[in-house]
Design a binder for this molecule. Structure first.
Ligand code: NDP
Ligand code: MG
Length: 382
């Protein structure tokens, strides 16, 4: 078999590192690495590029070009820097692109990859949250295959395979509930970014970890699911499941509910997307049902986690609401990480932006998405 070529956008992040780990467990010659991109972590990017014999290494940070060039001196690896260089690297034809840049910064490079056709392993949920219709239109126009890496959506994708879509009643997204699942609201008001980032089950990047604590991550995932699986708002359920073993479920009209289970390890959905339609063996922990003892489920508390209600509102409003919710959330999250606003202020700021920009038309081009994103951020301005 010919080796598959892979580019990893966001190679130095949590998903990027796990992706390279998965590649390291595949048979020799199964994959070749084309482009690896990062931003601030030049030492790691250079190490990854050397180890995996990448053709090109790119940092999004223009000011770090020299550092990267120096770190890769004596190799044949090409070096580039800046936002446009990331987009150019993403547009090199490959069999699989892992889209794992965090935030809306991932949209333009991922769209560039889509335009090559090929497989898009999508970790960057913001692409669908901000630009769902645009993104799916581009996938269709260029014959790209979209495979969700987000564990919940990957679970649903696996469950739906081979089943009649008309028979689906709803999808049930599971949520761990994060570190504050049982906390009182007053106590949540005073937490710092450090406490909020300590996720009980998953090891992830800083921003998505805090989004899990506020359940804004689940809010984004509800909108992601709406686009990915073409669902009506009422077909999207959320249930808190603290053990993170059931990764999500599909409820069929005949009363059957099908689930995908596994240990909370992102390498599983990553490997699924990289090796699809095959499944390769992976040295991960095996679920030991006798030791699991029990799996719990509870309804999310929308008073303590208003993000879920805001997502419902965005699902109902449609149009630009996803882009507004995401842009406002990213700005509010930056403010929280920097210590300028409190944990509970984030949802209030997002709601204010959604009020101010309600009814804005759906952005169907990249610059329109970025325009709405900018306006939402300006309203939040923490
Ligand atoms: P990280 O913060 O760990 O990594 C983000 C990556 O993006 C890094 O490589 C970072 O480079 C790079 N980056 C940051 N800013 C920019 C920018 N402006 N332009 C280009 N590149 C940039 O994030 P995660 O790996 O946790 O998440 C990545 C995406 O995957 C997110 O959209 C997240 O929601 C999604 N996801 C993540 C999961 C997880 O388990 N981590 C699970 C499901 C989805 P550097 O570090 O060098 O600065
Ligand atoms: Mg997820």
């Amino acid at each position: 078999q010919e080796p598959r070529s892979v580019s990893i956008l966001g190679a130095t992040g949590s998903i990027g590192v796990s992706t390279l780990d998965v590649l390291g467990h595949t048979e020799d010659g199964a994959f070749t690495v084309e482009a690896l991109t990062g931003a601030s972590n030049i030492a790691l990017l250079a190490r990854q590029a050397r180890k995996h014999k990448a053709r090109i290494a790119v940092t999004a940070d223009e000011s770090r070009y020299r550092d990267l060039k120096e770190a890769l001196s004596g190799t044949h690896i090409e070096v580039a820097a800046g936002r446009n260089a990331v987009i150019e690297a993403a547009s090199r034809p490959v069999d699989v692109t892992m889209a794992a840049i965090v935030g809306i910064a991932g949209l333009a490079p991922t769209l560039a990859a889509v335009r090559n056709g090929g497989v898009i392993a999508l970790a960057n949920k913001e692409c669908l949250v901000c630009a769902g219709r645009l993104f799916l239109n581009e996938c269709e126009a260029h014959g790209a295959t979209l495979l969700p890496v987000d564990s919940e959506h990957n679970a649903i994708y696996q469950v739906l395979a081979g089943h009649d879509r008309q028979a689906v009643e709803s999808v049930v997204l599971t949520a761990s509930g994060g570190p504050f699942r049982t906390w009182r609201r007053e106590k949540m008001a005073t937490v710092t970014a450090k406490t909020a980032a300590a996720h009980p089950n998953w090891s992830m990047g800083l921003k998505i970890s805090i989004d899990s604590a506020s359940m804004f991550n689940k809010a984004l995932e509800m909108i992601e699911a709406q686009h990915l699986f073409q669902l009506a708002p009422e077909q999207i359920e959320v249930i808190v499941h603290p053990q993170s073993i059931v990764h999500s479920m599909v409820r069929y009209r005949d009363g059957s509910v099908l689930a995908q289970l596994g240990p909370p390890d992102m390498r599983i959905p990553i490997a699924y997307a990289l090796t699809w339609p095959e499944r390769a063996p992976l040295p991960v922990e095996r679920l030991d049902f006798a030791k699991l003892a029990r799996l719990e489920f509870e309804a999310p508390d929308e008073t303590r986690f208003p993000s879920i209600a805001l997502a419902r509102r965005a699902l109902d409003e449609g149009k630009a609401a996803g882009a507004v919710l995401n842009g406002a959330k990213e700005a509010a999250l930056d403010g929280f990480i920097a210590g300028r606003i409190g944990f509970l202020d984030m949802a209030e700021r997002v709601e204010a932006a959604m009020d101010a920009l309600a009814g804005e038309p759906e952005p169907l081009a990249l610059d329109a998405v970025e325009g709405i994103d900018r306006r939402a951020r300006e309203i939040v301005k923490p």
